[in-house]
Design a protein around this ligand. Structure first.
Ligand SMILES: [Zn+2]
Length: 253
């Protein structure tokens, strides 16, 4: 358990660095405000990060606006969704995050979005192929997996079911609700959130005009190579930091 009283002890043992924890909290606050500025979360929706080397995560609190949340507001929970530290409640859908980390040791960050175009596409009985536009190629070939149960994710069992629907992928669509996006770092997840909504928006518009020309396997691999790179992820991150600052939403993190 990582309580405030244990942090010094863990730091002395070299198991945990306070500076790293603070950096993750700051990046979560920044990315939350950037997701608001991009219209990908509203009053709900959240982003989290695994505390490296532990079975705990940092997540946005339930009641604080996603537009004004600060680093100190973050809540620590375990992988059963139980709050370990923090002055606020965890979001009611914390189980989605907790069980994704439990199922996938490779992921370091998770976002749950109420992304409008992805939710719109999920209402139609038609597969969504993100790899028909360059941003969508971030997700590789094939249609997006869909978790069909429209109920909110409020239990460990539901969280496990979402993680099963996600499989080994980068995102899963939640029917009529939004999506869950996972990745190797907060910056990667943020970039994937931006790309997923852009791909959904283009797919929707293209679908109105006629059959969509989905990238074949070779085309997808080619575009993916240029898209899934630290330099591209950093560019998307930096651009959104700048945009969110200009919007006046980056103060007092
Ligand atoms: Zn939700």
């Amino acid at each position: 358990m990582i309580g405030r009283e244990n942090i010094r002890e863990l730091e002395e043992k070299g198991e945990w660095r306070v500076s790293e924890l603070n950096e993750l909290k700051r990046k979560l606050a920044m990315s939350s405000r950037m997701l608001v500025n991009s219209g990908l979360v509203d009053y709900s929706g959240h982003i989290s990060a695994r505390i490296p080397g532990s079975d705990h995560l940092l997540i946005l609190p339930h009641p604080v606006s996603r537009a004004t949340v600060v680093a100190d507001d973050m809540v620590v929970t375990d992988f059963e969704g139980k709050v370990i530290e923090g002055k606020y409640k965890a979001p009611s859908e914390v189980y989605m995050h907790a069980r994704a980390y439990k199922a996938r040791s490779d992921i370091q960050s998770v976002a749950h979005l109420h992304n409008h175009m992805v939710a719109v596409l999920s209402m139609v009985d038609k597969p969504f192929y993100p790899a028909s536009s360059n941003p969508g190629a971030f997700f590789g070939p094939g249609p997006m997996p869909v978790y069909m149960d429209p109920a909110l994710i409020r239990t460990i069992e539901q969280g496990d079911a979402v993680a099963r629907a996600l499989g080994k992928g980068d995102a899963v669509v939640l029917r009529g609700h939004g999506s869950m996006v996972v990745g190797q770092a907060i910056e990667w997840v943020f970039a994937a959130c931006v790309d997923l909504e852009e791909a959904a928006s283009r797919f929707y518009k293209a679908s109105l005009l006629g059959p969509v020309r989905v990238y074949n396997e070779d085309e997808t691999q080619q575009v993916m190579k240029g898209r899934r790179k630290d330099s591209v992820v950093q560019k998307i991150w930096d651009h959104n930091v700048a945009k969110t600052k200009l919007a006046g939403l980056m103060q007092g993190i």
